[in-house]
Design a protein around this ligand. Structure first.
Ligand code: ZN
Ligand code: ZN
Length: 124
């Protein structure tokens, strides 16, 4: 009789996983029903062929907040979705540092002035 305990645990885990899976599939389907298949950021359009690349983003970043009217959802392509979460991370911490680092320090004309100065005949 007690032999079914491990099975039970397995089943509970499997069920929890399935429930989470179903919930996600549920709101995704719902969102795809409510909204046109267009990325809310780059306006890329999607069809059945590539709708896998269209993701459901949660505006408040709370995946458990799924109002049936879709007010917390936004359809974003995978790239814009990535961006959105990246921006969120940057907003939470170290925004100034990471954006400053992203600015390239490569300046192709940095020594142009110097080179021109050398060519120019010295004054006086
Ligand atoms: Zn996009
Ligand atoms: Zn998201």
């Amino acid at each position: 009789m007690s032999a079914d305990n491990p099975d039970k645990l397995d089943r509970i885990v499997a069920e929890a996983r399935r429930a989470a899976d179903q919930r996600e599939r549920g709101y995704r389907e719902q969102a795809l029903k409510i909204y046109p298949w267009i990325c809310g950021r780059c306006a890329r359009e999607f069809t059945r062929a590539n709708v896998r690349e269209l993701t459901v983003h949660h505006r408040d970043h709370d995946h458990d907040n799924n109002p049936p009217d879709g007010s917390n959802w936004e359809l974003l392509c995978v790239y814009c979705h990535d961006n959105e979460h990246q921006r969120r991370l940057e907003a939470i911490g170290g925004a100034s540092r990471s954006s400053a680092n992203r600015v390239s320090t490569y300046a192709p004309f940095a020594d142009l002035k110097e080179r021109l100065a050398k060519k120019r005949p010295p004054k006086g």
